[in-house]
Design a protein around this ligand. Structure first.
Ligand SMILES: NC(=O)c1ccc[n+]([C@@H]2O[C@H](COP(=O)([O-])OP(=O)(O)OC[C@H]3O[C@@H](n4cnc5c(N)ncnc54)[C@H](OP(=O)(O)O)[C@@H]3O)[C@@H](O)[C@H]2O)c1
Length: 234
């Protein structure tokens, strides 16, 4: 299997980091991770939509209470209008997402292959370079960037710190496309973490279950050491 870096849609919104309030982020998956990410994005000033597997009307009350400000949408509607898509659903459900929907999109993979929940999925079980390599192959027209997956949903919000704070932690941001990594890194920075750009999806086992960064609260310098590759200048 090989990794590749599809080109982005010719949309200025997707190629140039913009002010957060002008960016619409579609969070796909309204569970523990999706709602924590959505709240963090809202706090950082982004326009956020939230979708689950069904009718957004079923999400409305939950969203009003749990992620106030996030707009419940059908996944298709949310993604078609989004500058950035965050996938936060269990990997065993990922096959239900239409690859055509994500064509040309920057897609953040916040997911982990977790056999107790996902069961055995041969493609993920066999992949030794990182689960996002498989996600990229499932969505060949998307530009996949891996982040958020190595922190727990319960610590994402309390661990946020402003830039320069002595307790600020890092989050690895891995991808094959440097423009997309830069855009997502800017988002991670605005949320409250030092982004640690990693130049390839194929070296990301350090940040997934079983890897040393998984579930650890690490500074950017510690993450760079664990990444084992030079951080990009993205
Ligand atoms: N838990 C953690 O601390 C943590 C940390 C980092 C990463 N992760 C990873 O993040 C992913 C999500 O974990 P989670 O704990 O947030 O899961 P979760 O609480 O079970 O939530 C899953 C969400 O995905 C939605 N979903 C399922 N199929 C969908 C589809 N086809 N389209 C849109 N939404 C769909 C579900 O909606 P319905 O209810 O409508 O099906 C639900 O809202 C997993 O891969 C997990 O390994 C988890």
């Amino acid at each position: 299997m090989t990794t590749h870096s599809p080109s982005l849609q010719a949309s200025p919104d997707q190629t140039a980091p913009s002010a957060p309030e002008t960016l619409h982020v579609a969070v796909v998956g309204a569970g523990r991770v999706g709602t924590a990410v959505a709240r963090s994005l809202l706090d950082a000033g982004y326009r956020v939509s939230l979708s689950a597997s069904g009718d957004p009307a079923l999400l409305a009350l939950m969203a009003e209470i749990v992620t106030p400000g996030a707009e419940p949408k059908w996944t298709g509607d949310a993604v078609s209008d989004a500058d950035l898509v965050i996938l936060a659903l269990p990997l065993h459900r990922l096959h239900t997402v239409d690859p055509a929907l994500l064509h040309g999109r920057i897609v953040v993979d916040a997911m982990n292959y977790w056999p107790p929940v996902d069961g055995t999925i041969p493609a993920f079980a066999a992949e030794t370079r990182g689960s996002s390599v498989v996600v990229q192959e499932m969505f060949p027209g998307a530009v996949v960037v891996k982040t958020f997956n190595h922190t727990g949903y319960h610590s994402l919000e309390p661990d946020r710190r402003p830039a320069g704070h002595p307790e600020r932690l890092g989050l690895a941001v891995a991808g094959d496309n440097s423009e997309a990594v830069a855009l997502v890194s800017a988002m991670v920075d605005r949320i409250g973490y030092d982004p640690v750009p990693v130049t390839s999806l194929a070296v990301t086992t350090f940040m997934q279950p079983g890897g040393p960064a998984f579930g650890s609260r690490l500074t950017a310098a510690q993450l760079e050491d664990l990444a084992g590759v030079p951080a990009s200048a993205a």
